[in-house]
Design a binder for this molecule. Structure first.
Ligand SMILES: [Zn+2]
Length: 486
């Protein structure tokens, strides 16, 4: 769900950025040897990273395993020390996100999701991706993008503040962090791959492990029919990269191609790591959303797309013309929640519907002063176990006839859950099993069943379903995480 506070902070960041665009110049980048137009000095670069890091941690959350966090920080720091910018405040974080992704911010902030961590099959593969992200920082790709593009976006950002409650319906389905995920060019990506390979070799890791990461990403992409979240959405097709990298690596001296792989110790670290979407943060059965930690349920209209994020959950109609969204309200009373909503420009209070819910009409204004769309909807607050939630639902003003009823039903369906079957769900976990005799993954899957399908399990293990794995081989199995039936 969307987070208003984030939006505001994002704008402050860009205003700070604007203010910082005083000194500019053209300099030679030590990592790439290329001349770069840079409007942002190193101190500002670090400050941009630091500010956005606060938001990332806030929005995505860190994975709650201090041992894995310090492992990542140690590994990343050792690698970054061999880069051309060893003195940045290098910070490596494992974020609590099931999506397979890795990204970097200017100033030396690098993030790995637990989703991608689970998919690596050796430390060398992890180091490959850390190296790639370090390459984006040393190549100053993010800063360069900002220098070129961010000024133009500041105007749009201000307009977004004016209508923060009324984003386009389609925007609901997108990650709130999209502002931060600068898309790099193919040249930037190629350069980050090359720099990553350089750091991998400098760290005495086996270069031959690097293309395997892209092979895994490629298999994921193929298995998802090209519908690709995370890393894959912002990076060029992995197959080309695996091939190009393999060619580059083939040209390296043999001693550089060999080196540390650290497969067994890496897999040991993965034992017990959460896998997939964590149902403790909410899950759907049919179109009912359950939040086990907060012990509530909500029935969204049939066929609507449910989007669950850290501070909110919502659903969008298939035609993207209506929305229902529940947020935690940081107010003292239902009345305050409603009052603050009606204090927004262009929002007109209507009749009371029931309890603390009211109809409203809103014409929040479009960008650059243009007239935006008109909405009609319902807003109100519910108290639940000492917490206050705001429920907001709206549609385009000429769609109320068809949409109003399902919207009202959804809002009215908010209820407390006491059934332990719904409250006791747990996350899936990665278990590491050491084979006592040779077998194929298919045989493994029937002997040690996973709670994911065979094909994704094969991708997770970086093997095919039919190849025979030797005795002593460590295999990832995914267990737990079953959801109750409706
Ligand atoms: Zn990249």
């Amino acid at each position: 769900m969307f987070d208003k506070a984030f939006c505001l902070r994002g704008i402050y960041t860009f205003l700070a950025l604007l203010a910082s665009l005083a000194g500019s110049g053209c300099s030679v980048n030590p990592a790439t040897g290329q001349r770069q137009l840079t409007l942002i000095g190193e101190a500002q670069e670090i400050e941009i990273g630091r500010q956005n890091d606060v938001q990332i941690v806030d929005q995505m959350g860190l994975y709650g395993d201090p041992e894995l966090q310090s492992y990542l920080q140690d590994l990343g720091s050792r690698l970054a020390a061999k880069s051309e910018r060893p003195d940045l405040p290098w910070t490596f974080r494992l974020v609590d996100d099931p999506v397979v992704n890795a990204f970097a911010l200017p100033g030396g902030y690098v993030y790995i999701t637990r989703g991608i961590l689970a998919h690596f099959n050796s430390e060398a593969e992890l180091v490959s991706v850390l190296g790639h992200e370090i390459g984006h920082v040393t190549g100053r790709h993010g800063v360069e993008r900002m220098s070129k593009a961010q000024l133009a976006q500041i105007g749009l950002g201000v307009a977004a503040v004016a209508s923060e409650d009324f984003r386009p319906f389609a925007g609901m389905a997108q990650q709130g962090l999209s502002l931060l995920f600068l898309k790099f060019s193919r040249d930037d990506e190629r350069q980050a791959d090359d720099l990553g390979l350089r750091y991998l070799v400098a760290g005495d890791y086996a270069a031959d492990e690097m293309p395997k990461v892209f092979t895994t990403l490629d298999r994921m992409s193929a298995s998802q029919g090209g519908r690709v979240p995370g890393w894959l959405a912002t990076h060029p097709p992995p197959a080309n990269r695996a091939q190009r990298l393999s060619e580059v690596i083939a040209g390296l001296p043999p001693d550089q191609r060999q080196g540390q792989v650290n497969r067994e110790t890496y897999l040991g670290r993965l034992d017990g790591v959460s896998f997939g979407v964590n149902p403790r943060e909410g899950y759907t059965v049919g179109n009912t959303f359950y939040h086990p930690d907060l012990a509530f349920a909500l029935d969204f209209p049939q066929g609507w797309q449910v989007v669950n994020q850290k501070q909110a959950v919502g659903a969008v109609s298939p035609e993207e013309d209506a929305i229902v969204v529940l947020t935690l309200a940081e107010k003292n009373s239902p009345d305050e929640v409603v009052q603050s909503f009606f204090q927004q420009d262009g929002v007109q209070r209507g009749d009371r519907w029931r309890d603390d819910f009211y109809y409203f009409r809103a014409a929040p204004g479009g960008q650059n002063g243009a007239q935006g769309p008109e909405y009609v909807g319902l807003v109100g607050a519910v108290q639940h176990r000492g917490q206050l939630f705001r429920l907001l639902s709206y549609t385009l003003d000429d769609r109320w006839d068809g949409r109003g009823r399902p919207m009202q039903d959804a809002v009215a369906s908010f209820r407390t859950v006491t059934d332990r079957r719904y409250l006791d769900v747990q996350s899936k976990k990665v278990d590491i099993v050491t084979l006592k005799k040779p077998m194929t993954l298919k045989q493994f899957h029937s002997q040690y069943p996973s709670t994911i399908e065979l094909e994704p399990l094969a991708i997770l293990n970086g093997v095919s379903v039919s190849e025979t794995l030797p005795r002593g081989h460590r295999v990832k199995r995914v267990s737990g995480g079953e959801l109750p039936d409706s």
